[in-house]
Ligand binder design. Structure first.
Ligand code: 5GP
Length: 227
């Protein structure tokens, strides 16, 4: 007599995927042995710090309704004023981040800005949502994005650009959250990221937030997101 538990043994639900493996969303769904008729997709959004990604992403989520969910990243950087743990980021100590990294809890993680601050996407933020048919939006840097695409070839990739570097610098300064040193580092990273923008399937220039939101929603619909 067939024993249904074999299926779980063959496809363990909590299999930790090795980095850099090519794996489609549908095989993740099979690993969960769940029955969502239409699996979700990963949507990777990158862009230089200060370009207005968070605002655009927030509006996209509001516009697209419940089918798109934001993955809350983990980071070791301290919260900025007004940022909330579990909402803007999961703020972790260095030790806790390392423990989770060694336990294989990250889909991707990376040290951004070369200053000892780690950022990463937790599998927990992604796996069950995809299996449940949600589109999961990752707001991550260019190196993390490359890692995700290596693992999820079907991910939709979008790069948000500033109108110019001068405009980006103006935005960074107007935030008044970073030291001069931090602004210069962010601008240096931005130059590097802009050079890699053509790795992305789509580039959206953030001239105004409503236009950028409309463009991104159009991209998602063109890739199969139902209205
Ligand atoms: P911020 O400190 O301004 O919130 O973010 C700094 C940079 O880290 C941004 O470029 C952001 O996209 C990136 N970032 C945020 N979360 C993640 C993540 O989970 N993974 C990676 N690779 N980068 C992230």
């Amino acid at each position: 007599m067939a024993d249904s538990s074999h299926r779980d043994t063959d496809h363990p639900k909590r299999r930790i995927l090795p980095p850099f493996s090519v794996l489609s969303v549908s095989s993740v769904v099979k690993n969960f042995a769940m029955s969502s008729a239409k699996p979700g997709k990963l949507v990777v959004v990158s862009g230089p710090s200060g370009v207005g990604k968070s605002t655009v992403v927030r509006e996209v989520l509001a516009e697209c309704g419940g089918r798109v969910k934001l993955s809350v990243s983990a980071t070791t950087r301290p919260p900025r004023p007004g940022e909330r743990d579990g909402v803007d980021y999961h703020f972790l100590s260095d030790a806790e981040f390392r423990r989770r990294r060694e336990a294989g809890e990250f889909l991707e993680c990376i040290e951004v800005f070369g200053r000892g601050h780690w950022y990463g996407t937790l599998w927990d933020e992604v796996r069950s949502s995809l299996a449940g048919g949600k589109w999961v939006l990752l707001e991550i840097d260019v190196d993390g994005a490359a890692d995700v695409v290596r693992q999820f070839a079907e991910a939709v990739t979008i790069f948000i650009r500033p109108e110019s570097l001068a405009e980006l610098e103006r935005r960074l300064r107007s935030r008044q959250t970073d030291s001069e040193d931090a602004i210069q580092r962010r601008l240096a990273v931005a130059r590097h990221e802009l050079q890699l923008a053509d790795r992305y399937e789509y580039q959206v220039v953030n001239v105004t937030v409503p236009e950028a939101v409309r463009d991104i929603c159009e991209i998602l619909r063109s890739r199969g997101l139902e209205a």
